[in-house]
Ligand binder design. Structure first.
Ligand SMILES: [Zn+2]
Length: 277
């Protein structure tokens, strides 16, 4: 049984600031990347205790070079580095039985979501698909859904878990911390978080038959609100994108994987417009 693990960092127990998850930071980040790595390890150990065999980890945070190899079992594979066309869902295909999202966070605009954002809070104000306000977990689950792969476990802060379970009710959630606004948490100890994750990972694998791949029904409508008008000025240059407002664009496609890549193209181009003029 093959398991896919997309590993983000903001939803790791105890994490409460950008410096802790910034690979350029030399004081706090080295410690917190180890905590992130241990949570990934705990998820893998729990899954294997319940029958998972092959594991592919996709490092999904920032530079996408965070998880420490020496914290992982020697027989897992890991996708490392960024500029991946499918980003946080790179490498998934129909041979995987299920997926875990570890260290995930709430979407931009969610109250009491630690470090809330959706891919980039500097550029994107809101992301909706078929009218559903999306966080990264929901968007990524829909990519996995095109391969028939269900997301069965997510770990993170309470706001992130609740926002995602409202759309993916079959998913087992592990709440490792409560948020106090955007930059503070009341967290379980890292060691306790690993125990909770290990146990929930086993349960999620055992219950996987009740989980469903998540899909958006075509025609799929992507609506983006950007932070500034200049972001939308750039995004509307992409063929197929329609300007719908001062800060807003719309894109419609029947294939979610195409739409997901168009989404990344749009916010990356829109982000380039943030350069000073
Ligand atoms: Zn991240």
């Amino acid at each position: 049984m093959k398991l896919y693990v997309s590993a983000d960092m903001e939803g790791t127990a105890a994490v409460a600031s950008w410096t802790q998850v910034d690979p350029a930071n030399t004081t706090e980040y080295p410690y917190y990347r180890r905590l992130m790595s241990r949570e990934v390890r705990a998820a893998i150990d729990g899954a294997r205790a319940a029958g998972a065999t092959d594991v592919l980890v996709n490092d999904s945070h920032s530079s996408m070079r965070n998880v420490l190899w020496d914290e992982l079992p020697s027989d897992v594979r890991m996708i490392y580095g960024n500029r991946k066309p499918f980003s946080m869902t790179q490498g998934v295909d129909a041979t995987f039985a299920a997926a875990f999202f570890t260290g995930y966070h709430a979407g931009v605009g969610v109250q009491d979501g630690v470090l809330d954002h959706t891919y980039t809070s500097e550029t994107l104000y809101n992301t909706r698909v078929n009218g559903v306000v999306c966080n990264e977990a929901i968007l990524n689950a829909a990519v996995l859904g095109t391969h028939g792969v269900p997301v069965i476990l997510m770990t993170g802060d309470r706001a992130a878990i609740e926002q995602t379970q409202a759309v993916l009710p079959w998913m087992t959630g592990v709440v490792v911390k409560e948020s106090i606004g955007r930059f503070a948490t009341n967290s379980v100890a890292p060691e306790r978080a690993c125990e909770l994750i290990r146990s929930a990972a086993s349960t999620a694998i055992e219950r996987r038959a009740s989980a469903q791949p998540f899909v958006f029904e075509p025609p799929i409508v992507l609506e983006l609100d950007f932070v500034q008008t200049h972001n939308a000025d750039f995004a509307e240059l992409i063929p197929g994108f329609e300007r719908t407002g001062g800060r807003s664009v719309r894109f419609v496609h029947d294939d979610f994987r195409t739409l997901f890549k168009a989404y990344h193209a749009a916010f990356r181009l829109a982000g380039a417009a943030n350069a000073h003029v």
